[in-house]
Ligand binder design. Structure first.
Ligand code: F6R
Length: 366
């Protein structure tokens, strides 16, 4: 049932070329230049005209919401907020008629997310579900939605569901941007082609795991990790830290790379591994200068970069190379080494990576 892999988590990480492909299939046609999503068609006017989108989720799904915030704001010019379901639900949030809530959930059963959308629905919001489990409570409580089609996720730590969430949310943003006219034809066509190329790039990336295994051996005894990124890769830093905490029980924090100066930099010494998600994008130079700041304080820099990035290479103790992609698409690739690093460190520490202590696959109690 683990298909020859030692753990479900590893199997699910390796399934990602296929699950992303399945998620795009029948929706994205880069040759024809079309995205077909029935839920979007049904609420096209509401999505195009809304003043606000609120992403509501927990954990890894909340990280997908954060990436989507950057994507929707960039491509659709719509104001986006990203909320922890547990906070949103209890604080009497301002909801106006016509607000669109996008609930993101692998299981579709997370109690806080479910109640949050039920409350918002009663106040006139339109609820859009981005859910993996077909027929689940959140999918049923939504007005419309798009399934992520990642197949059953058994490993407690979410992996393939996350990249499928990103694929769905990116397609949604592109479809809305096209209808709204907030994207140029050229950029739209480019991003469609980039999305279509993701499964192939993920396959390529998964062929280079030996290097990550070796890194896991090298860093497995660290007591803390810092994960830093900016822009579209900032949520990937958060996700990297969450994966490591869950699977290896090593304390880790994710931060926007520039925010580090406002406190966490005090932690940096020669024993601290700092993972930079530093693929080439519009933030790249800024990230490099943050890398220099860590290097100057003798932190151990592990950077996730694109090929030929000599500047990052010269500042790093170790590098992980990922295929180049448009910055909107990059998180789907850069998150994969984060999943693998957590996995291999967990295994190197002799832990039960499929069932980490204290965690449940779906949190149906608040
Ligand atoms: C992390 C993880 C959790 C879930 C969170 C939300 O690896 O699995 O943080 O992402 O409990 O679950 P869903 O997406 O089912 O609502």
């Amino acid at each position: 049932e683990k298909g020859g892999y030692d753990h479900f988590m590893l199997k699910e990480i390796f399934e990602q070329p296929q699950t992303i492909f399945d998620c795009l299939r029948g929706r994205l046609d880069a040759t024809a230049g079309t995205i077909t999503m029935s839920g979007i068609e049904k609420y096209a006017d509401e999505l195009v005209n809304t003043n606000r989108i609120v992403m509501v989720a927990c954990g890894t799904s909340w990280h997908a919401g954060l990436v989507a915030e950057y994507i929707f704001e960039e491509l659709c010019r719509i104001n986006v907020e990203v909320e922890y379901a547990s906070e949103f639900r209890y604080r009497n949030p301002v909801i106006n008629k016509g607000d669109v809530i996008i609930a993101i959930s692998q299981s579709g059963e997370t109690a806080d997310t479910l109640v949050a959308i039920e409350n918002a629905k009663n106040q006139g919001a339109i609820i859009f579900g981005v859910v993996n489990v077909v027929g689940s409570s959140i999918s049923r409580a939504s007005h419309a939605g798009a399934y992520t089609h990642a197949g059953p996720e058994i490993g407690v730590a979410s992996t393939k569901a996350f990249t499928a969430q990103l694929a769905v949310l990116t397609m949604m943003a592109l479809a809305v941007a096209k209808k709204k006219g907030t994207i140029t034809e050229q950029r739209y066509q480019t991003l469609l082609k980039e999305l279509e190329a993701v499964p192939e790039k993920v396959s390529k990336l998964l062929k280079s795991v030996d290097g990550i295994k070796a890194l896991a051996e090298k860093y497995k005894d660290a007591e803390d990790f810092l994960y830093l990124g900016r822009g579209f890769n900032f949520p990937v830093a958060l996700e990297g830290a969450l994966k490591l905490k869950e699977i290896s029980y090593i304390h880790a924090e994710g931060y926007p790379a520039a925010e580090m100066k406002h406190g966490p930099i005090a932690l940096v010494d020669e024993t601290l591994p700092v993972v930079f998600i530093a693929t080439r994008d519009s933030y790249h130079e800024k990230v490099i200068s943050n890398m220099q700041e860590i290097k100057a304080r003798k932190g151990m820099v592990i950077s996730v970069i694109n090929e030929g990035d000599e500047q990052s290479i010269s500042l790093s103790n170790d590098v992980i190379i990922v295929p180049e992609a448009d910055e909107v698409i990059a998180p789907m690739l850069s998150v994969i080494p984060m999943q693998l690093l957590a996995y291999y460190i967990g295994v190197a520490r002799g832990l039960d990576v499929d069932k980490p202590r204290n965690l449940a696959k779906s949190v149906t109690v608040e």
